[in-house]
Design a protein around this ligand. Sequence first.
Ligand SMILES: C[S@@+](CC[C@H](N)C(=O)[O-])C[C@H]1O[C@@H](n2cnc3c(N)ncnc32)[C@H](O)[C@@H]1O
Length: 291
Amino acid sequence: MSTSGSGNGILEGFFGSVSGSVERWTGIELNLSTVLLVVGVVPVLLGLRAAGRIHRTVRSGLSLLSGPGTVSRAAVKHIMENCEPGNPEMALKCADELDASGKHFLIHIGEEKGRLFDSAVREHRPTVVLELGGYFGYSALRVARLLSADDNAKLYSMEINKECAESCRTLLKFCGMDDRAEVLNCAAQDGIAEFRERTGRSSVDMVVLDHWKPLYLPDLKRLEASGLMHPGTVVLADNILYPGVPDYKEYVTTSPKYRTVMHTCKMTSFTGVETDDSVSVSVYLGEQSDR
Ligand SMILES: C[S@@+](CC[C@H](N)C(=O)[O-])C[C@H]1O[C@@H](n2cnc3c(N)ncnc32)[C@H](O)[C@@H]1O
């Protein structure tokens, strides 16, 4: 008798007594090859899943390290090579597919949050929108494409990074939105102070916060102090839970100056794996409001 034969005999004997007990207790009859398949395949599948997550996280980290300017340029180049000009829907879809492919991990709002932004724009119909944090232009394009073409409506996107600002402009022009969107290459805090002078506008109807997270609250307070917001101005803010802006969240949910709704959603930016996040939609009620 061969060694492997005796090994199989021991295994079968052991399995026979275990499966007999299982059958007595549960009434379920076990089959040796099914059990071996489950015991062998499940750890392999779990291992592959974990490896996939690690791979996405590493790729995501590398994208972040290569800098927003480089990734922005690559994203817009990809869109221009694969989409027809003047077609914002196609460009947005192409950006989301590029992100999902893992070739470049983008820190844009993406489709799920994008639909929340779309609803807010459709509901509030802003004429002047101020965005802080333009990146390669995804959210700017998303909002600008829904602005009315005939009421002088315009989005102004403030972007601190020169390369990102250039990519953002290129994308908006490629999609035929350059008459409805303007990119200002500046730090938000400076841009807010110079907004009236640079744009000729005296107020904003919608604000989109998606820049440096520790600046959300100081920049919101700068906007309040500037007098640019009016009762009814809507403030959208991304990444409330992740990476998280607890001071901002606390402020807009407790101050009598705001009526805020939180929308929970999923995101994959920053880590490459699905994470819980939320987007806040706050209506500014004015300085003296008592709700
Ligand atoms: C998360 S990305 C914006 C994504 C974009 N809203 C989208 O969904 O397509 C953040 C951007 O904010 C810019 N940024 C960071 N701090 C800034 C500041 N103080 N003023 C203006 N832009 C800033 C970064 O350069 C980066 O491009």
